[in-house]
Design a protein around this ligand. Sequence first.
Ligand code: C2E
Ligand code: MG
Ligand code: MG
Length: 630
Amino acid sequence: MSRHLSELRIVFIYFIFASGWILFSDFVLEFFIKDMNTLASWQTYKGLFFITITSTILFFLIKTHTSKLYKVQKELEGTKQRLELVIQGANLGYWDWNYETNSQIVNDTWLSFLGLQRDDIANSIIDWSARIHPDDIAITTNAIAQTIEDFIPYVIEFRMLHKDGHWVWIEGSGAVVSVDAKSGKPLRLAGTHKDISNRKKAEEKISFLALNDPLTKLPNRFYLKDKLESLIHSQKDIKFAFLFLDLDYFKNVNDLYGHSEGDKVIQEVAERFKNSMNTSDFIARAGGDEFVILKQNIDTIEEECKKLIQVLEKPFIIKGLEIHLGISIGISLFPKDGTNFEELFKNSDIAMYVAKENGKNRYEMYQTKMTDSIVESVKLDNEIQKAIENDEFVVYFQPQINLNSKKVIGAEALVRWKKPNSRLVFPDAFIKKSEENRTIIKIGIIVFKKSLEQLLRWKSNNLFEGILAINISAVQLEEDDFAITIENICKEMDIQPTDIELEVTESYIMKNPQKSIKTLRNLKNLGFNISIDDFGTGYSSLSYLKQLPVDKLKIDRSFIKDLADNNEDRAISKTIISLAKNLELEVLAEGVETEVQRKFLEDNLCDSVQGYLFSVPLDSEAFYAYLKSL
Ligand code: C2E
Ligand code: MG
Ligand code: MG
């Protein structure tokens, strides 16, 4: 409307002026001039005058109008140039589609996204749409249809075919830019394209990493949870098995060969498992050396587990060496052992833990009773750690008596755990666990130091001349720096290693005799005495016994207990005593409780004894008093 306003105004002004002039000039002329001829020539002059005036007015009116138009046109061109610069700067492709003729215009950037030259593309929208990914056609046609209907611009993401055959991700926007004034139908649509392939790749990588493990490319725990939940909701009466797999001895691989070799092993394990899967199985890496497999065929679950164990039987090659690994598997069943991810995970983990406890490289089905024992075990783990921090381990001492001289020739240090409620916990309740979680290394040092403190006290008061026997666990002996550590403690406390006897069990020696001979020789060379504890229970080979740098055999309490009426035990005790004599070793009998036992051992020339008959293990103050009373 406003466009026609200025034209109307010109015409209106002209109309008023012309009408006024004609009426007014004719009236004035006719008033003053009465002669017809003169009037006619004056009217000619008046007409010429009118044309001159109106031409001049028209000239100025048109001039003002066209200069206005020119100015607007210049401004438009400036805006257009700026817009093109913005489009170029933003690396935007531009398209303009004539809706009536179905022809289209695109800019060079638009072409460059698809690797096209101008001649490669027809001037038709059909060419354009033929390049859209089949899966994205619905998105684009819907967006355009919606925009045409409600005139609201759209922004969508879709793929278009590059000239070399790969798909390019495009962010496309579009709007109706021209409309038929009468029908209200769109005449033109225009919009921009942006190549977002890099952003899409980054997004895909992020979403892959969010659900998959980068090392094995297997689904991770989150993916597993999703999968499990959708499996649960897939069918009404679905049953499946949740297998929790944990590699045996994998820590050794990392410790001995480093983490990058460890990673390779994990990759190979994943590959072997993947290759042994059934089509309906789902495998995920749950963490470090842990995998989870969901199996829908639960009737054959035990055979499937045996197969998985077999899969790892072939050795792994690390740096040219053959390494054997195993796998412990815990199984929980849906819905029997758990109705959600957390329960199934927890219970199969418990069953796996039991599989480890029962000897590793095997599988166990979850049973409710397993939970209690695991809870206890985990509790104990934590409690031992806390007990170390709170200094709750104390040492008791039991005297060792020579049967000949009747004198105290030694004392055995025995650890006790004094809980804050002053309840005394005996070693049988925590030594095994502390060996498993290796806290025995710290506990061993505590016992060693506390025992040596007492030895110093006894010696400085001239109460003791014997040897202090300290129990040493296999876990401690396997530590490379064990010998140096205890040697340093002796030095710091100014105690000779010859005043100390290290009690090692027969089972430790027989586990790896060659290695223990070396370890014990090293300790012997430092001056420590060595005795074999619980002798008779560990099937020592006599040939090794000869090579061991041992000073003493301690006959296990189990042979002493029934000496009075068990001929076999009597025979064994006698044999051990004569064996010790033949090998020129001392021999001590443990657990002597009765006079009959003492008499038998004395008659058979056992050197010394230890047991309740003489004294129960005593705390440091009681033992000090005991020594004083002698
Ligand atoms: P062990 O070294 O064979 O210790 C002898 C065990 O027999 C001690 O049990 C002692 O209290 C008990 N005993 C001694 N005389 C008699 C007796 O006449 N009758 C009966 N029934 N028992 C007797 P304890 O103190 O409960 O220790 C059990 C085991 O725990 C020890 O057997 C030893 O293998 C281990 N142990 C104790 N202290 C330590 C330690 O500081 N470090 C390590 N690694 N092991 C320890
Ligand atoms: Mg002992
Ligand atoms: Mg013993």
